[in-house]
Design a protein around this ligand. Structure first.
Ligand SMILES: Cc1cc2nc3c(=O)[nH]c(=O)nc-3n(C[C@H](O)[C@H](O)[C@H](O)COP(=O)(O)O)c2cc1C
Length: 287
């Protein structure tokens, strides 16, 4: 069953709409109070799968003591004083679990007025590893800076946003379908799920590729992955399955706020129709 204690103090729609990747930070450090809020919220996050993940806050004292005062991001992140590292044990659905749980923390941080930026590629893993000590079974697929966004974007940041079209999302007709991938689901047909689907559509994804494809069948929503060829395998873990977990988090958060109950289930392999270019991941069974 889905946990219900996941709302923020502000409406989830406002939080989701205000989140965007922040790559340029002011020098203001996180207060002890904010750090405690983040770590205690993180401790209580439960994902929909059983795989083990941990979310570690790395603050400026850690960075000074163990990383010589700076963590490498290939010049992408400027001024960040703290990070959250997403660590996972490799296993079934571990990427989706990490995506879901870390996005919940990202949205909580957003609700506190903090900026974040998912990083799956542009960070120096060996430097972060010194701070979070992954075991033999663990990977650090993702980190995010966490702090106060500066008022101006750096040139690198502006170029990156323009390069992947960060301000645009695919239209409903490319993402949502009704009982068959040949039948797009119109926004006017989504009924009480309109908000959940719209807030899923605004989710962040690696290189803004938006690999989520959702197939409705009554009040059941099947989540499929449309992988970009050769993209995921470049990382050593499936980065687009992390995108799927993020999308699940947005959908569920919005559904619960629309007072829709439901739970996640993985249906048996091959049970649901897939076309050649989509992979079935999970289903939301609405009540
Ligand atoms: C799993 C994941 C990995 C990402 N990796 C990087 C990265 O390595 N470097 C980077 O600058 N941005 C990265 N991003 C940020 C995306 O480019 C960004 O979320 C997307 O362009 C949409 O922009 P927005 O977050 O401002 O809405 C990543 C996002 C996700 C979800």
């Amino acid at each position: 069953m889905i946990k219900k204690n996941m709302h923020f103090d502000v409406p989830a729609a406002d939080v989701i709409k205000s989140r965007h990747s922040v790559r340029t930070y002011t020098s203001e450090a996180l207060s002890e109070e904010i750090k405690t809020k983040l770590t205690s919220y993180a401790k209580d996050i439960k994902g929909p799968f059983t795989s083990k993940i941990r979310l570690e806050l790395i603050d400026d004292a850690d960075i000074a003591a163990k990383a010589g005062g700076k963590l490498g991001t290939y010049g992408v992140i400027k001024g960040a004083r703290a990070y959250i590292a997403g660590v996972m044990e490799k296993g079934e659905h571990s990427e989706e679990q990490l995506g879901y749980c870390l996005e919940r923390l990202v949205l909580f941080a957003t609700s506190l007025g903090l900026g974040t930026c998912w990083l799956g590629g542009t960070f120096k893993k060996s430097e972060f590893a010194k701070l979070v000590n992954p075991s033999e079974n663990e990977l650090i697929p993702i980190v995010t800076p966490v702090g106060y966004g500066g008022s101006r974007r750096s040139i690198v940041e502006s170029l990156m946003r323009a390069g992947v079209g960060s301000d645009r999302r695919k239209p409903w007709s490319e993402l949502f379908f009704n009982q068959g991938f040949d039948k797009p689901l119109k926004r006017s047909e989504a009924g009480r799920y309109e908000q959940a689907l719209e807030l899923l559509r605004l989710a962040p994804s690696a290189s803004n590729k938006q690999p989520w494809r959702i197939l409705r069948d009554g009040s059941t929503y099947h989540f499929y992955l449309k992988a970009a060829k050769g993209y995921s395998s470049a990382f050593g873990f499936n980065i687009q399955k992390i995108d799927m977990g993020i999308a699940m988090c947005h959908f569920e958060t919005a559904a619960l706020e629309s007072e829709i109950q439901g739970n996640w289930e993985v249906r048996p392999q091959g049970f649901y129709p897939a076309t050649e270019d989509v992979e079935y991941i999970v289903s939301w069974i609405g009540k």
